[in-house]
Design a protein around this ligand. Structure first.
Ligand code: SAH
Length: 266
């Protein structure tokens, strides 16, 4: 059993790489794949790059060339749900592509020729990610200096199982977020890779989960020191989430392919 780990930030890759043993590195298509073990489990770690095409081609390589069985994606996202704060975690329940629009051929947001609008993450991986988030958030002040948590106003961070909207746009103005929410009010977070990776996993029958740390409020907050946030907060979140998910005694067992949740909210 091999687990693919994709990260959307190079800094996160470095931190997760430090957890690995027996590492072999292979370059393909402009990506660097690190093959090795974490807590005795075989993993392949790679930086996805940003956007739908980059992350989809990377996911395809992980599946077809590196033969992964499960995929964990870790990155940051903007919150569209007003109850979410910087430092909260969103674990994907469902993902869709907010910029997909093949009308009048297909309904808004439906992926052409699939009948699918929402991709559903794997329930076992969601459970593992939830347990990992619980553990991380309960001991956060031991992992990240309190002064740094204060700097980003991270006071009582939480995790939710939510709906993630993916598109080839960095969402940084309120109007854009409002337009996405007007069409799908259940959207919790916006990012640029998740539902593309989910589409590839759906095509190949690979189970997956996407875990996102909220880095911004998609146009609703003032400027954040993004590089500092990645270095001091998001990097550590990803490292501990992956470690906690893979540390568990029981293995990530076969839990069925991700199913299309075409009926959900469409
Ligand atoms: N602004 C950053 C770059 C963000 S890079 C900088 O200055 O370095 C884009 C990554 O952030 C992608 O992986 C994307 O998925 C994620 N992301 C975070 N917030 C986002 C938002 N509001 N809209 C879209 N993608 C976001």
């Amino acid at each position: 059993m091999k687990i693919g780990i994709m990260g959307a930030m190079p800094e996160k890759i470095d931190s997760i790489h430090a957890l690995m043993s027996d590492v072999e590195t292979i370059e393909r298509g402009g990506r660097i794949y690190h093959i090795g073990k974490i807590s005795g489990k075989e993993v392949v770690l790679v930086f996805s790059r940003w956007g739908k095409v980059a992350s989809a081609t990377t996911a395809t390589s992980l599946i077809t060339e590196f033969k992964i069985d499960h995929l964990i994606f870790t990155g940051v996202a903007g919150a569209s749900n007003p109850d979410l704060n910087i430092g909260d975690i969103v674990i994907s329940k469902c993902l869709y592509q907010h910029d997909m629009d093949a009308r009048p051929l297909m309904p808004r947001h439906e992926i052409p020729l699939t009948g699918i609008t929402f991709f559903k993450a794997d329930s076992i991986l969601i459970g593992k990610a939830s347990a990992a988030a619980d553990k991380l958030l309960a001991t956060l002040s031991e992992k990240i200096p309190v002064s740094m948590l204060e700097k980003f106003s991270i006071r009582s961070p939480k995790f939710i199982l939510g709906t993630i909207a993916t598109g080839d746009q960095f969402i940084s103005d309120r109007e854009h977020t409002a337009a996405i929410m007007a069409e799908k009010p259940e959207t919790d977070a916006v990012e640029m890779e998740g539902a593309a990776v989910a589409q590839v996993c759906s095509d190949y029958g690979i189970s997956f989960v996407v875990v996102r740390t909220i880095s911004d409020q998609a146009g609703h907050t003032s400027e954040l020191d993004f590089p500092l946030f990645i270095k001091e907060i998001a990097r550590l979140y990803s490292e501990h989430m992956v470690k906690n998910m893979l540390d568990e005694e029981e293995s990530i067992t076969e839990s069925g392919a991700c199913e299309a949740a075409a009926a959900l909210g469409v």
